[in-house]
Design a protein around this ligand. Structure first.
Ligand SMILES: [Zn+2]
Ligand SMILES: [Zn+2]
Ligand SMILES: [Zn+2]
Length: 363
């Protein structure tokens, strides 16, 4: 049986759709291949190689969705967002705000389908309910309930694009992390444009959030929104931005944090005096000193870089329940992120050799 359309459920033949509408490749943005990533939640991005940007497609939607409401969202996005993608300024009128927020939601849902079917079946990606709910709103051209969106500027390498979805949980002091995330953060970078949307899948937990960068709220809003305003997201702050760490809770003592279990590493074992952990590629292992695990039990956490034979570098942080992968990618990029982690570097020497890491500064 063929797969049904991810949005409407129809079993008509599926058609190919670009993660970003074709218009993005025709507006004069630098098209040189760049490292990009669309990842299943905050897990390991699927290797897409050095493809020219904007060529990524998914085959998950029927022709009537593709050519109908999805295409109308692209037309609106092209008209409203083109000057911002090219680094200019614009004012987004109230009449356009809902449709742009709906486009962000649609683009994030589309990009998540890049992950393989197996990854999605093992729990990665977004729930089919989210796709269906957006489809139900197609005539209104409006984003999902219990969501809010921001629009800002990105300053970094030309032609960079990224779509990331990070599941977040609402954390209260002294309360353990819930078993499931209660919201997810969508981040889209396209040229000079940075867009973010936060959707609470548990609407009762919706809390007021503001952008620490001072990015204006696009939705809900009743006033014209002028962009750029506030601070840009940069290459150095991108991962913190995409993890929701630059969002500020409006409720005292309550915060949103990346849902750690989405980046959970599989079972580790102790081998030859070191902790052996499978890497996210699923084929290799990395090792770290047992001393770091002992420190983690005492509440002291460390961050370090490692790599596997796939040429993938990883940024790993120890947490109360073990090591978690915080980022994966090219060695240069991961090295850059590691350098930007605040704190002093430590050299751990034991019978197994030397190991370099930084202690995580808790504020
Ligand atoms: Zn459809
Ligand atoms: Zn955990
Ligand atoms: Zn590997």
């Amino acid at each position: 049986m063929p797969d049904p359309c991810a949005f409407c459920g129809s079993t008509e033949p599926l058609t190919r759709e670009h993660v970003f509408g074709q218009w993005v490749s025709k507006i004069g943005l630098d098209l040189s291949p760049v490292q990009h990533g669309a990842g299943p939640l905050n897990g390991m991005p699927r290797d897409m190689g050095e493809q020219p940007p904007f060529r990524q497609t998914v085959k998950s939607f029927c022709a009537s969705c593709n050519n109908g409401w999805m295409s109308r969202l692209e037309v609106a996005a092209q008209r409203v967002l083109t000057p911002l993608i090219l680094g200019g300024s614009a004012t987004i009128a109230p009449a356009d705000q809902a449709v742009i927020a709906a486009w962000i939601q649609k683009t994030a849902l589309t990009a998540m389908l890049i992950s393989s079917k197996e990854q999605r079946e093992s729990g990665y990606g977004l729930s089919p309910v989210e796709y269906r709910a957006l489809y139900e709103l197609r005539e209104m051209m409006q984003p999902l309930d219990a969501s809010r969106f921001w629009v800002g500027r990105y300053e970094g390498p030309a032609g960079f694009w990224a779509v990331r979805v990070t599941p977040l949980s609402v954390r209260l002091p002294g309360i353990a992390e819930p078993d499931l995330p209660q919201c997810y953060l969508m981040t889209i970078i396209l040229g000079g444009l940075a867009l973010q949307g936060l959707r609470f899948t548990t609407p009762a937990l919706e809390i007021e959030m503001t952008s620490e960068l001072g990015m204006p709220q696009l939705w809900p809003s009743r006033v014209p929104v002028s962009v750029p305003a506030g601070q840009p997201c940069t290459r150095a702050s991108f991962l913190r931005f995409a993890d929701g760490k630059l969002l500020q809770s409006g409720v005292e003592h309550v915060e949103l944090r990346p849902w750690t279990h989405a980046a959970e590493l599989p079972q580790s074992t102790i081998v030859g005096g070191k902790v052996r952990v499978p890497t996210l590629c699923g084929k290799h292992f990395f090792y770290y000193p047992v001393a770091l695990l002992e420190q983690a039990f005492r509440g002291r956490f460390y961050v370090f870089m490692t790599a596997c034979e796939c040429q993938t570098a990883y940024l790993i942080q120890t947490e109360p329940d073990g090591a978690h992968c915080k980022a994966a990618g090219a060695a240069d990029d991961i090295g850059h992120i590691y350098e930007n982690v605040p704190g002093d570097e430590f050299l751990i020497q034991d019978e197994t050799g030397e190991f370099v890491c930084k202690e995580v500064v808790t504020r």
